[in-house]
Design a protein around this ligand. Sequence first.
Ligand code: DMJ
Length: 750
Amino acid sequence: MENLSNCYEALQPAVCHACLFAKGAAPGRRPGGELFPLGRPAAQRIGSGGLDAQDPAPQPLTPGSGEVWLLTRSAPGHWTDGRSAAAATAAAAMPVGGLLPLFSSPAGGGLGGGLGGGLGGGGGRKGSGPSAFRLTEKFVLLLVFSAFITLCFGAIFFLPDSSKLLSGVLFHSSPALQPAADHKPGPGARAEDAAEGLARQREEGAPRNPASALEDNLARIRENHERALREAKETLQKLPEEIQRDILLEKEKVAQDQLRDKETFRGLPEVDFVPPIGVENREPADEAIREKRAKIVEMMKHAWNNYKRYAWGLNELKPISKEGHSSSLFGNIKGATIVDALDTLFIMGMKNEFQEAKSWIEKNLDFNVNAEISVFEVNIRFVGGLLSAYYLSGEEIFRKKAVELGVKLLPAFHTPSGIPWALLNMKSGIGRNWPWASGGSSILAEFGTLHLEFMHLSHLSGNPIFAEKVMNIRKVLNKLEKPEGLYPNYLNPSSGQWGQHHVSVGGLGDSFYEYLLKAWLMSDKRDLEAKKMYFDAIQAIETHLIRKSSGGLTYIAEWKGGLLEHKMGHLTCFAGGMFALGADGAPEALAQHYLELGAEIARTCHESYNRTFMKLGPEAFRFDGGVEAIATRQNEKYYILRPEVIETYMYMWRLTHDPQYRKWAWEAVEALENHCRVKGGYSGLRDVYFIYETYDDVQQSFFLAETLKYLYLIFSEDDLLPLEHWIFNTEAHLLPILREDKKEVEVKEK
Ligand code: DMJ
């Protein structure tokens, strides 16, 4: 716990409190057929893979570590361990020794010696003999060498784009046939959904002609090259002593970081488990509501039992094929459904199932996997799920596993800016970004959706390192100029600058805004920086992205460099709940306005459901070309058991008690039963406008974590998990509000 004093110095006061508060720290039945007219149970297998066939299977671009960064980077940026793709690749491509013979002295000193002397202080060549380099010679050498490195940097850094270019220009491949690894796997880096990635590729990639794609790519490579040259020049303007000092500082920082990562968990401090508030499961007073709630428990049992029967221990279930489904998002980590479902099992009172899940986790949950994972997905599902299970049950195993996993994720932050990589090899600690992301950028919704879990990791481990990492993300964001006050979806972790100016409250952006609001709420409203960032952001969103259709439906469009695309994603529908949840903290004049905005978004999203054949919403719907709240493109017509619309109903119900939200939620239950339920579980649908079900054959883990949990809460009393005490992470996992309890802190300090 000594480290907490560092936390105090390093963090905003409000946030430090969070670090300091370590507390010492009925079986359902299927109602009659009248409620659930039979769908078409004759499940047909359409294709074999569901979404898995499209999951990206990213391969690391970065070979082992290199030391070339010593020469290429002089800015105070944070090269941590030589894992930069550019540096490492450059090192591999042209080791320093490879240049040495050209310049070697009879005394056996080469560039290594020269640089060592000039930069590292060890070579002792300075003016020592005829073979020694003069200062100007050293600079020339440095210039030549830096130019070479920057060329490599430019080429390697843009490799993904170049490969896209090659496939487009040389092979003329159809975007739809390209491997999913090259595409955005899903909105908001909702990477679980590679199908969306393909959709976007068709939209963004297909219509462009190869010549303009070529020009764009060349321009980007040129721009990057010029920037690298500028950086090299800046390096050369420094005195050798300054360069040497920078290098030593960097080295020291890297070493310290690595040591701290390792040291972090020799053992966890003891914490007093605080019994959770509002987990007693009172039956709803109203009989009809009781029945509906029991129905949702029965749905959970159907989903869980089939997962158990056919895919136990694997990540997800293929309910048609009746086998396991593995998404590359989790690398080789197993058991996504088990961890994601834990807290839903707990609050639904499914005790035996919870115990089964717990023992599987004790025996089998292993993070030491030599494979790349999505940092975002693993954080929201695994870290979030384990933290939530700990806070509900007090079982130490969950705290231990959550912290263990948190430590494994730390190397993702080893980038020059501290903005984490999207992908991380859990064993080697090597990270990189999605190949499809603008100019090698990290994604706003991914690096912006770590805050809640990481604050709790510091809270439960007594180590401020997690909190520091996420507070640094804020620092970087707050330094940047925002176009029209908006946050672009792409941020380059090396330069710390924005990528393309695309703004979205749906895919790629969404949960960043959600986490700003919830960071403020979770800090017991002490994190005023988060509050300001949230309200400033949604004000800009309202000005630039929110529009009303001629039919009176309010929607949130997407912003692309100043132009609006009048499309709203299913993912964007969570924003109704977010606006309503934040209304309370808005300036007085705006509180009612934000509640109404939440209600309007809920209505629009309900319309998107209501205007389909299946009464379940499409992945994206449009407000142009004469349509409103309808998907017009085939690749946007699917529904993958997503929760966002039901999530908004849940917040709207809790905050207004307007019975309409329970009615809409029940419509969704009926639709799920009629169209998604199959013998082997629940499946997503490929086209919600079509009269026959075409299944995607995946039971997503978030169906158990979120969709069913939010439904259950809608038909429960408000004293189950009251919003004044709990925050839901973006995967609906429960995190308690961190109260400032001065007395407790004093006792601890003594
Ligand atoms: C979930 O993993 C989370 O809700 C995430 O924030 C968005 N995507 C899925 C559900 O659609």
